[in-house]
Design a protein around this ligand. Structure first.
Ligand SMILES: C[S@@+](CC[C@H](N)C(=O)[O-])C[C@H]1O[C@@H](n2cnc3c(N)ncnc32)[C@H](O)[C@@H]1O
Length: 255
């Protein structure tokens, strides 16, 4: 199979997966949507103050987490997603949402102050072409904010418990059980980088290659589930953690 065939296979798996679960996505993923939505909103507020507040793009917007979280801080908010059925679930708040692949953004160069990408990178076969496209549509001084993806160092270190958690307690099981047509195989393809995680170091290098001179990454636990968040709050540990000791990462790349 060529690289391009694999890319298309992953793309098609994502389209099928998210088209199938679209009408129950908000219910199944309700906790993450609410909890993550709150602090993504706080972060978008800060980013709008740094990069300007005229336009935000929610890339891989799904049902519109970053659209909702950011609409109070940007004058114009747009979304793009591969799944037209996910887009149908976006409630009001955006100035327009389009169906398309992250690799070809149907926007003019220098259009956005911030591009937010929440829980999307692990669904993409490769990242460099997407980062180059994001770089094109960002204004000078604009920011890419990618958040809630899984880091490879943590996944390597805690491979067994992490995958056991994912299969038994994570959302994967709920999605597989929710609809006919959602198989483990389809989920594995759509969640392409979840089992092994994404190499954040390589990601930072690709961002630099795409033209972002300044890239920062943080590693954290919050947003995994209600019980873990309760413990994190209890122990005052909602903040960042050294790489390899937390499953999730966020990246901010400055153009
Ligand atoms: C886990 S959902 C996250 C949705 C939303 N950002 C959120 O946090 O609720 C991943 C989204 O990425 C979209 N997606 C996957 N591959 C994509 C691609 N190549 N281009 C655009 N969107 C894509 C899926 O359709 C899905 O809506």
């Amino acid at each position: 199979m060529t690289e391009q065939d694999k890319r298309l296979e992953i793309l098609e798996a994502n389209r099928r997966f998210f088209d199938t679960v679209a009408d129950s996505f908000a219910e199944i993923d309700a906790y993450r949507l609410k909890e993550t939505g709150q602090w993504v909103g706080d972060e978008l507020k800060k980013l709008s103050q740094e990069a300007g507040s005229s336009a935000l793009l929610d890339l891989g917007c799904g049902t519109g987490l970053a659209i909702q979280a950011g609409k109070g801080y940007f004058r114009h908010v747009f979304g793009i997603d591969l799944s037209h059925k996910m887009l149908r679930e976006v409630s009001s708040g955006s100035n327009g949402s389009v169906c398309g692949d992250a690799i070809y953004l149907p926007f003019r160069a220098d259009s956005f102050n911030v591009v937010a990408c929440v829980s999307v990178l692990h669904h993409l076969f490769d990242h460099l072409p997407v980062f180059q496209e994001v770089h094109r549509v960002l204004k000078k001084g604009g920011l890419l904010y990618a958040v809630h993806d899984v880091d490879s160092v943590f996944m390597k270190r805690f491979h067994r418990p992490a995958n056991l958690y994912r299969q038994c307690l994570g959302l994967s099981k709920k999605f597989v059980e929710s609809k006919e047509g959602i198989t483990e195989e389809l989920l594995e393809l759509a969640d392409y980088h979840v089992a092994e995680g994404i190499d954040t170091q390589k990601l930072a290098e690709e961002l630099q290659e795409a033209g972002f001179p300044d890239v920062t990454a943080e590693f954290y636990w919050r947003g995994a589930n209600r019980q873990i968040d309760f413990l994190l709050r209890f122990f005052g540990a909602m903040g960042k953690t050294p790489r390899g000791f937390a499953p999730y990462f966020s990246v901010i790349a400055r153009k």
